[in-house]
Write a protein that binds this ligand. Structure first.
Ligand code: DQA
Length: 148
């Protein structure tokens, strides 16, 4: 099983960026935790961070070839990108949306997600655990779908 992990804009600055909101872990730390969990679950990860909407969309399109699902923190594009939402709908792979912070108790413009209606589910507010919970949930969904 192969899963695409996408990190959206500004997440390359984790650790330095607003640590009171996003915590002190770097993106490298989070990716190591995900890799560790993927070895436990026995699945392969392909991980990409991009600040560019087009690059994220290209990666979603390419995932059709060899991935079974997408774990995604679209960051600020969550709230704006109909193009990323359309890419998710177009490839038809199961997507789990994750956020470090609880977007529902922050500014009003963060309450709406363009992606959530086309995702299997959304996990937010647990820091790096949001990613780990999301990976477990996505892994189980893919396993169930493959068994059906
Ligand atoms: C975020 C929440 C978004 O609102 C914000 O734009 C981000 C990070 C999170 O992980 O909490 O960049 O996706």
């Amino acid at each position: 099983m192969k899963i695409l992990v996408l990190h959206g804009p500004n997440l390359n600055l984790l650790g330095k960026r607003e640590p009171d909101i996003y915590g002190s872990q770097t993106l490298g730390n989070i990716n190591s935790l995900l890799e560790e969990l993927s070895r436990e679950l026995v699945c392969e990860l392909s991980i990409l961070q991009s600040n560019s909407e087009g690059e994220l969309i290209d990666a979603i399109h390419a995932s059709r070839q060899d991935c079974h699902g997408i774990l995604m923190n679209p960051a600020a594009y969550t709230h704006t990108s109909i193009a990323i939402r359309d890419a998710v709908s177009a490839v038809g792979l199961p997507v789990v949306e994750v956020h470090l912070s609880n977007i529902h108790c922050r500014e009003a413009f963060r309450h709406e997600s363009m992606i959530a209606p086309v995702a299997v589910g959304q996990i937010c507010g647990f820091g790096s655990d949001s990613y780990l919970l999301g990976l477990r949930a996505l892994f189980n969904i893919i396993k169930k779908r493959n068994a059906a």
